[in-house]
Design a protein around this ligand. Sequence first.
Ligand SMILES: [Zn+2]
Length: 74
Amino acid sequence: MKDSLCAVCGGKLRKQKTSIDRLVGGHLYLFENVSVQACDQCGEIWIPGSVAERMDQAIQGKLKPKRRIPVPVY
Ligand SMILES: [Zn+2]
């Protein structure tokens, strides 16, 4: 993988594991331990295409969730 730079500020991107949530159609989807690229300077998170694809599959119900958690809404 080539050394990428942040498209927002031009800072260096660092590989990082994080949690990402997506709200789609009133359902909250939580992805844990996602490998992303995080910008050193502005903190912007860049999700690799393969990861985004997997998220879409999960949201379409093609992947089985590890577990379900209740989410408080305010
Ligand atoms: Zn940046």
